[in-house]
Design a protein around this ligand. Structure first.
Ligand code: PLP
Length: 470
């Protein structure tokens, strides 16, 4: 067993390992090159009966585990959306692990509850969210969206589904665009509403929800005896960062008294830039709003910011003790176990505090602005090329494009060429990009958002991709 003296020594060595890794991260092939089951088969079938030393474990970590790691923090990582970390965030995570607190209630660590409350205030100010919002940190946007759907369900059933189940209710309907994230569908299923009652509204040519068709669907549902309970608007879809017309959607939700949940998981982070706040105009009347600092605000996964207009509705849905009726004015405090699904909670506010203080809001703004500028520059280059085309507008820093030489018109062949190109580029180890389908077209997705990405990394990745052309 590790005594405190050895712990101190090993921890010092570990910090050196961490700094060495971060210093040389760009030299690793980004995607792990291992074959399936290599790592599983290399590990012993039975757990050790006797103590093994940390150096022994670290040796195996380096030899067995590291080859199977995909390097998400590499500045050459341009796939999916990032799961950004940063140096101050890592330091805070070390403290979080060391304290090992369970932050379910105020009393189980008053500092955690109060720092969380303050960090949510800071984030609200940073994004220019409505003053009346109150927030809590959740593990993921999927969980936050599930909370929103369940809360909408409870509000519309006068909290009766929680008590009696669905038997006395009409059939509830939820709406989102055809481009919305799969977490909405998952949430609707788990909330017991039934996947068939998720109505997918068609999108326009820039892949944003058609608000007029939303209103039409709601009207038709009401006429058919259904009860519309929730609309999920996407600010920055996962496929292409399409931006639903929030103002129009918000007006429709008000008119028909439907819960409006804003899923800004990724793009919400750009709202720390005043010039991008137009994307969330309409949030004033939204019931809930989610974004992920763990995607693009340099804060280790997991850290999701979930805001609600009326916290009483949330607490009435999730609280398991009568304390939800108390407010701060009564001298009460926030017990965040009542603000969502899990009872136990990590001390996640700490890393936000470290990140926001160490970068400063201006520092964070400069990085995000830089990412958007870089992507815009590359997007222009791609647009000008004869043999490439953009398949969606580059709204922020996600470029959706494909290889399309003028002499090839066959869509099946184009899909194959682009799938091959993606595979070859990723196999080069020099960059990692992902793909989606836009109107059936195989689309390469390149996201310029890694914490420490610089123009030199992006252009090198682009050159490496070009080398893989057939
Ligand atoms: C990533 C993403 C999600 C899911 O985020 P998790 O935190 O991993 O659950 C939801 N919606 C959108 C638009 C996303 O981009």
């Amino acid at each position: 067993m590790l005594n405190i003296k050895n712990f101190r020594e090993e921890a010092h060595k570990m910090v050196d390992w961490m700094a060495d890794y971060l210093e040389s991260i760009q030299d690793y092939p980004i995607l792990s090159q291992v074959e399936p089951n290599t790592i599983y088969d290399a590990l012993p079938n039975d757990p050790p009966q006797d103590s093994e030393s940390i150096p022994q474990i670290m040796k195996d970590f380096n030899e067995l585990i590291m080859p199977g790691i995909t390097h998400w923090q590499s500045p050459n990582f341009h796939a999916y959306f990032p799961a950004n970390s940063s140096r101050p965030s890592i330091l805070a995570e070390m403290l979080t692990a060391t304290l090992g607190t369970q932050c379910m209630m105020w009393s189980t660590s008053p500092a955690a509850a109060e720092l969380e409350e303050k960090m949510m205030d800071w984030l609200k100010t940073m994004l220019g969210l409505p003053d009346h919002f109150e927030g809590t940190i959740q593990d993921t946007a999927s969980t936050a969206t599930l909370c929103a759907i369940i809360t909408a369900r409870e509000k519309h059933s006068d909290y009766q589904v929680n008590q009696k189940g669905f038997s006395t209710q009409k059939i509830f309907r939820v709406y989102c665009s055809t481009e919305t994230h799969s977490s909405i569908e998952k949430g609707v299923k788990i909330a017991g509403l039934g996947q068939e009652n998720l109505v997918k509204i068609p999108v326009d040519e820039v892949l944003a929800m058609k608000a007029d068709l939303l209103e039409k669907a709601i009207k038709e549902d009401i006429a058919a005896g259904y009860q519309p309970v929730c609309v999920v608007a996407a600010i920055g879809t996962t496929g292409t960062t399409a931006i639903d017309p929030l103002k129009s959607i918000a007006a429709i939700c008000q008119k028909y008294d439907v819960w409006l949940h804003v899923d800004a998981a990724y793009a919400g982070n750009a709202c720390i830039l005043p010039e991008y706040r137009w994307m969330i105009e309409g949030t004033e009347t939204a019931d809930s709003f989610v974004f992920n600092p763990h995607k693009w605000l340099f804060t280790n996964f997991d850290c999701t910011a979930y805001f609600v207009k009326d916290r009483q509705t949330l607490l009435k849905t999730f609280s398991i003790s009568p304390e939800y009726l108390k407010t701060r004015k009564d001298g009460a405090v926030n017990n965040y176990k009542d603000w969502g699904i899990p009872l136990g909670r990590r001390f996640r506010a700490l890393k936000l505090w470290f990140v926001i203080r160490n970068f400063g809001v201006k520092g964070l703004q400069a990085i995000i602005r830089g990412h958007i500028q870089m992507a815009q520059d590359l997007s222009k280059v791609i647009e000008k090329r004869e043999d490439f085309e953009l398949l969606a507008p580059t709204n922020l820093n996600l470029i959706c494009f494909r290889y399309h030489p003028p002499h090839i018109q066959d869509e099946t062949l184009l899909n194959k060429l682009n799938a091959d190109l993606l595979h070859a580029a990723n196999a080069s180890g020099q960059l990692f990009i992902s793909h989606t389908k836009v109107n059936g077209k195989y689309t390469l997705r390149m996201c310029i958002a890694q914490t420490y990405v610089e123009p030199k990394h992006m252009w090198a990745a682009w050159e490496a991709l070009l080398k893989c052309l057939p």
